[in-house]
Write a protein that binds this ligand. Structure first.
Ligand SMILES: NC(=O)c1ccc[n+]([C@@H]2O[C@H](COP(=O)([O-])OP(=O)(O)OC[C@H]3O[C@@H](n4cnc5c(N)ncnc54)[C@H](O)[C@@H]3O)[C@@H](O)[C@H]2O)c1
Length: 267
């Protein structure tokens, strides 16, 4: 199950967190992986650690808001690994402010990374994904990182929720468009609960602020109490779901959202 032998993946925002865990699990599953991020030093270290003595992972600088940088990164991935089967649109920002506190500049930044980044990645990786899909039994795959905040309202960040709701429906719309056009490129989204990453820490700070306290541990406990399964998520919990969606085991899935949230949105 969940093997990616012979496949090539590009993962945005994979210097750390969920993206880095996904890169590691994809290499363990037999894929070659290119990591794109703006954190160059961290990204290079992550790629080196994952690759070890092999050539299975590489780092490429990529700001997902730049069309030129996407074009360069996709071309470099194809030149290095011979094609592209999987795109994971993972790079994302969390703001953690209410509507009244957020500025227009902050909204534009959030929008540029969480929405424009996903649009550009999809558009500019599509030719390489289509090309590879012609030779592969089950085609190519895109996995978009949405969130539980793209399914239900967010207590903490209405603007983040606005962007992730967009990712949820862009996923379904592109799945339909590519199927209609016969491209053989599946598109699915994944919806994590609260995951222990730098972004997860940011949500605890924002939750503490909402409670009018500096007690981040109390905010963390409150977040945990919302997850019926009794713990917060780990990057590997989400990475396993992404590997599944990217693999041929999910060959009959497109336009779907995989919820990996410890029961948070089942309530
Ligand atoms: N952590 C959570 O609780 C959680 C929950 C739901 C969804 N998500 C989503 O999962 C994805 C990964 O989040 P994470 O928790 O690993 O966060 P993280 O902050 O640890 O990692 C995000 C990565 O994206 C990169 N990034 C930011 N802006 C970029 C840009 N312009 N170009 C390229 N890279 C950029 C960062 O440098 C970082 O490496 C995000 O899309 C996030 O919204 C996270």
């Amino acid at each position: 199950m969940n093997r990616l032998d012979g496949k090539v993946a590009f993962i945005s925002g994979a210097a750390r967190g969920i993206g880095a865990a996904t890169a590691r699990l994809m290499v363990e599953a037999g894929a070659k992986v290119a990591i794109g991020d703006v954190l160059d030093e961290r990204g290079r270290e992550t790629a080196q650690t994952i690759a070890g003595a092999s050539d299975a992972a590489t780092y490429l600088h990529l700001d997902v808001t730049s069309e030129d940088e996407w074009t360069t990164a996709v071309a470099a991935t194809v030149a290095r690994f011979g094609g592209l089967d999987i795109l994971v649109n993972n790079a994302g920002l969390f703001l953690g402010k209410g509507v009244e506190e957020a500025s227009l500049d902050e909204w534009h930044r959030l929008c540029a990374v969480n929405l424009t980044g996903v649009f550009l990645g999809t558009k500019l990786a599509l030719p390489a994904l289509r090309e590879r899909a012609r030779q592969s039994p089950h085609g190519s795959a895109i996995v978009n990182l949405a969130s539980v905040a793209g399914l239900v309202g967010s207590q903490l960040d209405p603007l983040y929720s606005l962007t992730k709701g967009g990712v949820t429906l862009f996923t379904k719309s592109t799945a339909l468009e590519f199927a209609r056009k016969g491209y053989r490129v599946r598109v699915n989204s994944i919806h994590p609960g609260v995951i222990q990453t730098d972004m997860g820490d940011q949500t605890f700070l924002s939750r503490a602020r909402n409670l009018g306290t500096n007690d981040v541990d109390a905010a963390r406990r409150l977040a945990l109490s919302g997850h019926p399964i009794g713990r917060l998520g780990t990057p590997d919990d989400i990475a396993r779901g992404i590997v599944f969606l990217a693999s041929d085991d999910a060959a009959f899935m497109t336009g779907a959202g995989l919820v990996v949230d410890g029961g948070l949105t089942a309530q």
